[in-house]
Ligand binder design. Structure first.
Ligand code: SAH
Length: 252
């Protein structure tokens, strides 16, 4: 028999564990938070009400994430919830005297992204009581979401959203930096950009803005300016169009 291919994408590796959740709506909202970020492995440890997955409030809050809700497993203890995982992160608003190392969601996401063999669980506590110490002590790290020190307790599903979002951003390098997000056209090639500088230089000489015998640092400065903008082909064409028009006008 063929070995099943091990999928190393974080979207298949990360598990969300909710411990003793009190409100069905929060479970639905966590399912939604997970699905919007591309995650689906949800395990509930002893939810505090019966039939957690079919509860009308859970169903309503899950909205389009019914599949994540229906696919969730309910287990009786924390150990069972971690079955198949080799790393556990307690997600907690409270810093404790005896706690594993404290990480930000971003540090956790970077670590998980970098270690393909990690099967991590992120473990969230009850709305009122948070996570018990015995569970926190069994985790490898504690994830704390930086927040207002006077009121640092996020809603459970919102905390799950922040952690899931960071894991998604770390998994998709295009969204991590301050680079262009959303629509963008083809990046201009170096040859296209060089052609544009030559054209621009000619036009600036033609209008006596640039003295060819004493150019100073104008062209290097313009290069530096444009190199920060990640020029697209269409933008290079516009700038060349401007240069062309200047040359046409000055030759009249
Ligand atoms: N009163 C509880 C907070 C419960 S909020 C306490 O003192 O711990 C429900 C869950 O959301 C928490 O158990 C935790 O998993 C998560 N959470 C809320 N705010 C958080 C924060 N700032 N950092 C990390 N996790 C947080």
């Amino acid at each position: 028999m063929n070995q099943p291919e091990i999928n190393t994408s974080v979207f298949n590796r990360l598990r969300v564990v909710l411990v003793e959740t009190s409100r069905a709506g929060n479970i639905g909202a966590v399912a939604r938070a997970m699905k919007t970020m591309g995650f689906s492995d949800l395990v509930l440890v002893n939810p505090r009400f019966p039939d957690a997955l079919a509860d009308p409030e859970a169903v309503a809050f899950a909205s389009g994430a019914q599949d994540v809700l229906e696919g969730a497993r309910i287990v009786g203890d924390f150990q069972q919830a971690l079955d198949g995982c080799n790393f556990a992160a307690a997600v907690s608003a409270r810093l404790r005297e005896f706690s594993p190392p404290v990480w930000t969601p971003r540090a956790f996401a970077g670590h998980v992204q970098a270690q393909a063999e990690l099967r991590p669980a992120v473990v969230f506590g009850n709305e009122r009581f948070g996570l018990p110490n015995q569970i926190v002590e069994r985790c490898n790290v504690l994830i704390n979401i930086p927040a207002n020190p006077d009121y640092s307790s996020l809603n459970l599903a919102q905390a799950a959203q922040v952690v899931a979002y960071e894991c998604r951003v770390a998994a998709e390098p295009g969204t991590a930096a301050a680079g262009p997000v959303g629509f963008h056209g083809d990046s201009a090639s170096l040859a296209q950009v060089d052609g544009m500088y030559a054209h621009l230089e000619e036009a600036l000489v033609a209008i006596d803005f640039l003295d060819a015998d004493n150019p100073k640092k104008l062209m290097p400065r313009l290069r530096r300016l444009f190199s920060r903008t990640q020029l697209e082909t269409e933008e290079v064409n516009i700038l060349r169009g401007i240069a062309r028009q200047i040359l046409k006008t000055t030759k009249r």
